[in-house]
Design a protein around this ligand. Structure first.
Ligand code: PEP
Ligand code: MN
Length: 338
């Protein structure tokens, strides 16, 4: 439930309400706004409703949260979450431009890609070292060697690294190098993996599952936040529908829907959503116009030679133009790209 304090409630009054909530074994989460403070309580519903919180000094009203997810809900935390990744911010008016190859392949490939991303105004570098491939015969990624190459690219360009974790057994390696840990669409409901990244101390980029509803996606984020990690950005990357003209169907409505339901930032991935280079720009712009807090785009120095997702990867010169258009629209939408 939510306890909404009166404007001007004192620190003592807030601390008293927190203490009463904790007395019954529930947890209290304080969200301090410009005018009012809201305290979210999570615990046994009966124990909490039996507490006479409305009678406590400084309390305006108590309301039940009806949604199955709590910590990630906008009701619980009305203010936008802003995630700081080595000084690059996402959410609450800050826009991220995350780009790079699908997979880390060679030193030359990742360094060339990283320089192109930085020169085009990208704010973070993506690249997979552990790859979830539909075929067991396809390139599976360079593993820890790939992570080291990403770190080398970060050292040179200053771009923070976004890279995928697929297996809880690799968490220490990935966390050692990554600035943002990506959980891929296929693992969105790998609950042990979600709990693991909830304890890993690094921001998380959580892709929407191939056939996940918005509610299932937010419940997946709840698994991460419940472990104490509030820095989760959601990523809409297209869902499975009957349509075959594109690799997936980009659910642009998910962007404002999630923005209403949750305080977490949302980024869009038009590369995996469409699977086609010629659709990346229009759908990236659609996502930004719908209120996205960032975009994630695949770019490769030589898409024709890419070991994964070449057909959707933009060559550097195209990425530079696409990046410019996205940044212009993001600024028009009142966002800071930095
Ligand atoms: C990726 O980002 O390269 C990737 C595999 O994405 P998804 O999990 O969205 O398919
Ligand atoms: Mn990919």
């Amino acid at each position: 439930m939510m306890v909404i304090m009166h404007e001007g409630a004192t620190d003592e009054q807030i601390a008293h309400v927190v203490a009463r909530i904790e007395e019954v074994g529930a947890s209290a989460h304080v969200s301090t706004g410009e005018r009012v403070t809201v305290i979210g309580a999570i615990g046994d519903r009966e124990d909490l409703t039996a507490l006479p919180l409305e009678a406590c000094a400084g309390v305006d009203r108590v309301v039940a949260i009806l949604k199955p997810y709590k910590l990630v809900s906008r009701e619980f935390h009305p203010h936008d979450t802003v995630i700081d990744v080595r000084g690059k911010k996402v959410g609450g008016g800050h826009f991220a431009l995350i780009a790079g190859p699908c997979s880390v392949e060679t030193e030359e490939q990742v360094m060339t890609a990283a320089r192109a991303v930085r020169e085009a105004g990208g704010t973070m570098l993506r690249g997979g070292a552990f790859k979830p491939r539909s075929s067991p015969y396809a390139f599976q990624g360079l593993g820890v060697d790939g992570l080291r190459l990403l770190a080398q690219a970060r050292d040179e360009t200053g771009l923070p690294i976004v890279t995928e974790l697929m297996d809880p057994r690799d968490v220490d390696d990935v966390v050692e190098y990554a600035d943002v840990v990506q959980i891929g669409a296929r693992n969105m409901q790998n609950f042990q993996l979600l709990a693991e990244v909830g304890r890993c101390g690094k921001p998380v980029l959580l892709k929407r599952g191939l056939s996940a509803t918005v509610e299932e996606w937010l419940m997946a984020a709840e698994y991460v936040v419940k472990e104490g990690n509030r820095d989760v950005m959601l990523c809409e990357r297209g869902i499975r529908t009957f349509e075959t003209a594109t690799r997936n169907t980009f659910d642009v409505s998910a962007v404002p829907v999630v923005g209403l339901l949750s305080h977490l930032p949302v980024v869009v991935d038009p590369s995996h959503a469409t699977g086609r280079t010629d659709l990346v720009l229009p759908l990236a712009l659609a996502g930004v116009a719908a209120g996205a807090d960032g975009v994630l785009i695949e770019t490769h120095p030589n898409p024709e030679q890419a070991l994964s997702d070449g057909p959707q990867s933009l060559p550097p010169e195209v990425f530079a133009l696409v990046s410019q258009r996205i940044r212009e629209l993001a600024r028009w939408a009142g966002k800071t790209v930095s």
